[in-house]
Design a protein around this ligand. Structure first.
Ligand code: ZN
Length: 267
């Protein structure tokens, strides 16, 4: 089994892979070391602030501090995570080039689980013609998405298009943050890239659908701001865990904190 991958996208964006275990268990692969690129601090090229609610759209569940979790990025000098703005929906667009059957339903279900675990709201805007790439993804794509932060790109793609998906890597996910005028760092865009053909193949075996769901939830965990942990009872372990088709206690504790970021009306 390949160790996890690390791929730097745009400013502050880090994409981390999950290795899809297709049979049995595996015991190798240290969590990939991660580095935090400097966030974008310049106002240059930023879209204008968009209106948003004055209070969070949802409420994260009250969960016990249990299990193990870690965050991808922390606010400078604190233990508080960089998170998404809870006062506006997180927009999502979908590139379906290699989507397996039931892909939309699987994504909707996974987003529902994440919304419940964080209190964050998602808005699936529909298909996009944006092509997934290993290269830096622009955070603003005015011609395609208007003068705003680019929506989260969920792309069913393949290793020929995104070489980081070669081998047993089933997906890659991560988000980019920028710094608000008050110094708070806030995620504004992200990507979730999936190996469609591998997912399709996985779904042909018994329990395969759960494995695909596991990959989606793991990568959404990265998009929301969770990092890998070495605790095998958590879904954010770097390898897909056979039989673990949903978040563990630490995953849920981390996700609940990620739903409590500050609103960011200036972004
Ligand atoms: Zn991962």
């Amino acid at each position: 089994v390949l160790p996890g991958f690390l791929l730097t996208l745009a400013a502050g964006a880090v994409v981390v892979a999950v290795v899809l275990v297709t049979s049995g268990s595996s015991d190798d692969g240290p969590a990939p070391s991660t580095t935090t690129p400097p966030p974008a601090t310049s106002d240059e090229g930023r879209p204008p602030p968009h209106p948003e609610a004055t209070t969070p759209l949802g409420t994260p569940p009250s969960v016990a501090e249990d299990g193990t979790y870690a965050f991808r990025h922390l606010q400078d000098g604190t233990d508080d995570p960089v998170a998404w703005d809870p006062c506006r929906p997180i927009p999502v667009v979908v590139s379906s080039a290699t989507a397996p059957r039931d892909a939309d339903e699987l994504l909707d279900q996974a987003l529902g689980v994440v919304a419940e675990a964080t209190g964050l709201r998602f808005e699936v805007e529909g298909p996009t013609d944006e092509r997934p790439t290993s290269d830096d993804r622009p955070l603003v794509q005015t011609d395609r998405y208007g003068d705003r932060w680019a929506p989260v790109l969920v792309a069913w793609t393949d290793p020929a298009t995104v070489p980081e998906l070669r081998g047993t890597v089933g997906g890659l996910g991560g988000s980019a943050y920028v710094t608000a005028p008050d110094g708070t760092q806030v995620y504004v865009s992200g990507s979730l890239l999936l190996d469609g053909p591998q997912m399709e193949e996985s779904m042909r075996v018994v329990g395969g659908r759960d494995q695909v769901r596991t990959v989606l939830l793991h990568e959404l965990g990265h998009v929301l701001g969770l990092a890998h942990v070495e605790d095998r009872s958590e879904l954010m372990h770097p390898e897909g865990q056979p039989g673990a088709a949903t978040y563990g206690p630490g995953d849920r504790a981390g996700l609940a904190r990620l739903g409590q970021g500050p609103c960011a009306p200036d972004l």
